[in-house]
Design a binder for this molecule. Structure first.
Ligand code: NAD
Length: 303
């Protein structure tokens, strides 16, 4: 537990993940472009780094939790304020673990560049949302070297309850992409079903309870109900404050659509979900929680 750990990107997900590592006794150095994002971790005793390069200087393990592929490329490969990406600054035995949800190509590219420097890099995107991150209940989908995974597994066990080795570099991202395409479809379908029931006079809590215990049960319905007031701790009951933002879901559905085109695989429902999230985002809902797709569907009602 003495490992020096750097954590870069302390947003909705990164902050609670870092908090769990600190609570478990790991010595953390944190960095985020947004100063205020580091506040909670620093209050818990983490060291605030001046730059990403500064953060990784003494780190044995580096975690990153950033929005999208371009941020990961910038962080690992491109120049930052200190003049280099962190691959060039990391020590010889540093293990790099990117938990962001990004395209598999970028994950493979950055892992290959790390390999050229003799460094091991894993892609380890997560599922479970902000509540899962807070509770240490995430699911990690890991791509890359099996020995590297064993080295970081004790830390992943602190932040999550399931760890899957999906395969080679990029495989974790493929697993995550498929999962989130399904999630976007399920959240949209769940919202449709509840809206239809409510339009027919049913109480949203009653229809939700019925479907949870019937064959319509699914994660969106069971733990992340999109209808306000049904589930106290769901973003829907907190004015759709994320949580997991509409624009992040739109990004993930875009990754799936890119992949379906590249591989010639039919994904008609994924394509429909992407279109709906795109319309929703363009209507100004990009920063709201992704379960607010229910509001878009509600707005499409004819009376
Ligand atoms: P977020 O936007 O809340 O946090 C991202 C953080 O990264 C921000 O604080 C930002 O300032 C920081 N950042 C960006 N570029 C940086 C850089 N170069 N150096 C340092 N800091 C930088 O996003 P989030 O909700 O925490 O999601 C992070 C990733 O996790 C995304 O890829 C998302 O798709 C994925 N994810 C999110 C959820 C969720 O429920 N929010 C669930 C599973 C996976």
């Amino acid at each position: 537990m003495s490992a020096n750990v750097a954590f870069i990107g302390l947003g909705n997900m990164g902050a609670p993940m870092a908090a769990n590592l600190i609570a478990a006794g790991y010595s953390l150095t944190v960095f985020d472009r947004v100063e205020s994002a580091m506040g909670e971790a620093v209050d818990q005793g983490a060291r605030r780094a001046d730059s990403a390069v500064d953060a990784v200087a003494d780190a044995e393990i580096v975690f990153s939790m950033l929005p999208a592929g371009k941020h990961v490329r910038e962080l690992y490969l491109d120049a930052d304020d200190a003049g280099q990406g962190i691959l060039a600054a990391a020590g010889a035995d540093t293990l790099l673990v990117d938990c962001s949800t990004i395209d598999a190509e970028t994950a493979r590219l950055v892992a290959a560049r790390a390999g050229e420097r003799g460094l091991t890099m894993l892609d380890a995107p997560v599922s479970g949302g902000v509540n899962g991150a807070k509770a240490g209940g995430l699911t990690f989908m890991v791509g890359g070297d099996a020995a590297g995974l064993e080295r970081v597994r004790p830390l992943l066990d602190v932040m999550g309850k399931n760890v899957f080795h999906a395969g080679e570099a990029g495989a974790g991202q493929v697993g995550k992409m498929c999962n989130n395409m399904l999630l976007g479809i399920l959240m949209t379908g769940t919202s449709e079903a509840i809206n239809l029931a409510v339009a027919n006079g049913l109480d949203p809590s009653v229809i939700s309870e019925i479907m949870k215990n019937a064959s319509g049960g699914n994660w969106a319905l069971n733990v992340y109900n999109p209808y306000p007031g049904v589930m106290d701790n769901a973003p829907a009951s907190n004015d759709y404050k994320p949580g997991f933002g509409v624009d992040l879901m739109l990004k993930d559905l875009g990754l799936a659509m890119d992949s379906s085109l590249k591989n010639g695989v039919a994904t008609p429902l994924g394509s429909m979900a992407r279109s709906l999230y795109s319309i929703h985002s363009r209507s100004g809902a990009g920063a709201r929680d992704f379960s607010s797709i229910l509001e878009l569907l509600h707005g499409m009602q004819e009376h």
